[in-house]
Design a protein around this ligand. Structure first.
Ligand SMILES: Cc1ncc(COP(=O)(O)O)c(C=O)c1O
Length: 340
C-alpha cells in the first residue's frame, strides 16, 4: 500500500469539537442556535421515499434557479456544493495548476491551508501591503473574515480582484449577518474573476445538511461542474435547502435575532474589560483582560461545559472565538466568566 508523500506530510484540518452531551453550551463552530425554517420539516415529512431510489438531479435545477432569481442572475452563473467546503476543494482542482499557489487573508479560515496541502500546492497567507507571488492563481477572501469577524469594504475586494490575474473567491459564509456583501461583484457581467460563495450552514441553520453555493462568471462556474462528482448534492439536501431558501421571512427573523444578541453580548464583554474586534458575523473574536489568558479561559469554560474555539498561534492565540448563541446561552457564558 502506498500513500503519497504529500498525504504523509499532510496536517489534517481539525474541525471544531462536536460533543455528544446535550448539556454542553456549544459556541465553538458558528452554528445557528435557532432551528431551521419549519418549511424544512414539512419537506422532510412529506418526502417521497421513492425519490431516493433514483439519483438526484445532478444539476440541482430547482435550487439553482431559485438562487439565480434571488440574485437577479442566470442559472449558468450558479453552482451548488456539498457544503461550501466542497466548492473550495473543487476550486483548488479547477483553478490551480500544479506549480501555482493558493493564497488567502491571514488569519483566516484554517481549512484553506489544508486544502492547498491536499492539492499539493503552496499556500500563502497575505498580510496588509504584502505582494503576492505572481504564480498565485486562487485567492480566498473571507468576508466577514473568520475568526476575526471583521468586514472589508467591497471596493477593496473589487480593486484587489482587478489587479489579480487569478480567481478570487469571496467566501461569504457569514455575510447574512453583515452590513454589506460583495454579491454584485459576482453578478456583474464585466467581472471576469470573482466568485461569491455562501452557505446554508450558518444563517439558514442547516450545517448538518451540507449545502453551499456560489455565483460567478459562467465560464468559471462551468469549470466547477466539470470537476464535481456527478451527484454531489443529495436529493434530500436539494429539497430542504430550497425550502429554507424560499422562507425569507423566517431567515430574516433568525438573522435579526442573532445580530441583536451579538450586539448585546459584545457590550457585556466590553463592560468586563474584554477587547472585542468589530464583528459583522455570528461570532465575536475576543481577548480577555489581563492577567487572564485566552487559553486558560478556554480550558476553564470547557470544564464548565461551555465550548468556544481557541486557535493557538501568534495571530490568534490571544483571543477566543465565541459563537453567538441564544440570549440564554450568552448569559450562561457571561455568568461563568464572572465566576472566573
Ligand atoms: C469562512 C468559512 N467558509 C466556509 C465554511 C464551511 O461552510 P460549509 O458548512 O458550507 O462547508 C466555514 C465553516 O465554518 C467558514 O467558517
Amino acid at each position: 500500500m502506498r500513500i503519497t508523500r504529500s498525504v504523509q506530510r499532510l496536517e489534517a484540518y481539525v474541525p471544531g469539537e462536536q460533543p455528544k452531551s446535550r448539556r454542553v453550551v456549544k459556541l465553538n463552530t458558528n452554528e445557528n442556535p435557532y432551528p431551521p425554517s419549519p418549511e424544512c420539516a414539512k419537506v422532510l415529512k412529506g418526502f417521497d421515499l421513492d425519490a431516493l431510489r433514483r439519483y438526484p438531479d445532478p444539476e440541482f435545477a430547482a435550487l439553482r434557479a431559485a438562487i439565480a432569481k434571488r440574485f437577479r442572475t442566470t442559472s449558468d452563473r450558479v453552482f451548488v456544493g456539498n457544503g461550501s467546503d466542497e466548492i473550495l476543494a473543487l476550486s483548488a482542482r479547477a483553478f490551480v495548476e500544479d506549480d501555482e499557489l493558493i493564497a488567502s487573508l491571514d488569519p483566516s479560515y484554517s481549512l484553506y491551508k489544508t486544502l492547498a496541502a491536499i492539492r499539493n500546492v503552496e499556500w500563502i497567507g497575505r498580510r496588509e501591503g504584502m505582494r503576492l507571488d505572481p504564480k498565485t492563481s486562487l485567492f480566498l477572501w473571507t468576508n466577514p473574515n473568520a475568526p476575526t469577524g471583521v468586514l472589508a469594504p467591497v471596493d477593496e475586494i473589487a480593486a484587489f480582484a482587478k489587479s489579480f490575474r487569478g480567481v478570487v473567491i469571496v467566501d461569504e459564509a457569514y455575510a447574512d449577518f453583515a452590513r454589506w456583501n460583495a454579491m454584485d461583484l459576482a453578478t456583474a457581467d464585466a467581472n471576469r474573476n470573482v466568485i461569491v460563495m455562501r452557505t446554508f450552514s450558518k444563517s439558514y441553520s442547516l450545517a448538518g445538511l451540507r449545502v453551499g453555493f456560489c455565483v460567478g462568471p459562467a465560464d468559471l462556474i462551468a469549470a466547477l461542474y466539470k470537476v464535481k462528482d456527478s451527484y454531489n448534492v443529495d436529493a434530500v439536501a436539494q429539497a430542504v435547502a430550497l425550502a429554507a431558501f424560499k422562507d425569507r421571512a423566517y431567515h430574516a427573523k433568525t438573522v435579526k435575532a442573532v445580530v441583536k444578541t451579538r450586539k448585546a453580548f459584545v457590550k457585556e464583554l466590553e463592560k468586563r474589560g474584554w477587547d472585542v474586534l468589530p464583528t459583522d458575523s455570528n461570532f465575536a473574536f475576543a481577548k480577555p483582560p489581563a492577567p487572564l489568558k485566552a487559553a486558560d479561559v478556554f480550558r476553564y469554560l470547557k470544564s464548565r461545559e461551555i465550548y468556544v474555539r481557541y486557535f493557538p498561534g501568534p495571530l490568534t492565540g490571544e483571543r477566543l472565538r465565541i459563537t453567538i448563541g441564544t440570549d440564554g446561552q450568552m448569559e450562561t457564558l457571561l455568568k461563568a466568566v464572572d465566576e472566573l
